[in-house]
Write a protein that binds this ligand. Structure first.
Ligand code: PEP
Length: 252
């Protein structure tokens, strides 16, 4: 890894997979993998959080929620608050994952409110942005990315990490080429430079997500504005997830 490079970060988004026993087995196998060239955070579903947080205790691997409600408590059936995530052992939370935006109609403004709520409790929001297939075909990719980014950050969180997740690549097996991913990451970093200044934008980690696997990770991470991955399907297999993380240590 080049000495000037931002330390990579890899997130594992387990979505609605695994029971407690699977989670425990995963953590055992994963932690046996030894030292890794990236920061790592797992995003299990809510009922698995205490199991995973306990298994990760005393390690460098972080634990995060897949969503949170902008309010701290109240009559919101089915939702989870920032204090509840912290109480369950989380230090991270996903905000604006495309499956939340599309399955649950989450707006850009709601994503901003969630990211701000996360920070109130010391949770780092991992804000996800990305265009649909139709938006890419209509050549609206940059317009969509800029809208989502500016909305999330206007009067938004001071601390955050960003993930570029083209919707057409999530769970489809169709990965963005390294060139397409780099172009989007570069665009996002340029916008961050306008919003936050050069030094802050250069320090920000921008993760790529969308059908990342051990075969395509090396080439993707070789691009200068990719600082790690948000991994869905392949994060359910400790060996595949470890292989993806290890790819972040090579300068291929
Ligand atoms: C994700 O859920 O954020 C994701 C990128 O999923 P997958 O790796 O399965 O495409």
């Amino acid at each position: 890894m080049s000495p000037n490079r931002r330390r990579p970060l890899v997130g594992g988004n387990w979505k609605m997979h695994f029971l407690r026993e699977d989670a425990t087995n995963f953590c055992g196998a994963f932690l046996a993998g030894g030292a890794l060239p990236a920061d790592v955070v797992l995003f299990p579903s809510f009922p698995l959080l205490p199991t995973v947080a306990e298994a990760l205790e005393g390690t460098d691997v972080g634990c995060g929620g897949q969503d949170l409600h902008p309010e701290d408590k109240g009559a919101h059936t089915g939702d989870v608050s920032g204090p509840q995530l912290v109480d369950a052992g989380c230090s991270w939370v996903l905000c604006g994952h495309s499956e939340r935006r599309h399955d649950h109609g989450e707006s850009d403004e709601l994503v901003r409110q969630k990211a701000v709520a996360a920070l109130r409790y010391g949770l780092t929001p991992l804000i996800c942005v990305g265009e649909t297939q139709a938006e890419r075909q209509a050549e609206r990719t940059f317009e969509v990315l800029e809208r989502q980014l500016r909305a999330a950050l206007s009067e938004g969180p001071a601390t955050f990490t960003l993930a570029y997740e083209p919707v057409w690549a999530i769970g489809t097996g169709e990965t963005a080429t390294p060139e397409i991913a780099q172009e989007a990451h570069r665009f996002l970093r340029d916008r961050l430079t306008e919003m936050l200044g050069e030094a802050a934008a250069q320090a920000k980690r921008i993760l790529y997500g969308g059908s990342v696997n051990p075969q395509n990770a090396d080439e993707l991470i070789s691009k200068p504005d990719l600082d790690g991955f948000l991994v869905g399907g392949a994060s359910l297999d400790p060996e595949k997830f470890l292989a993806i993380i290890r790819s972040c240590g090579s300068d291929s």
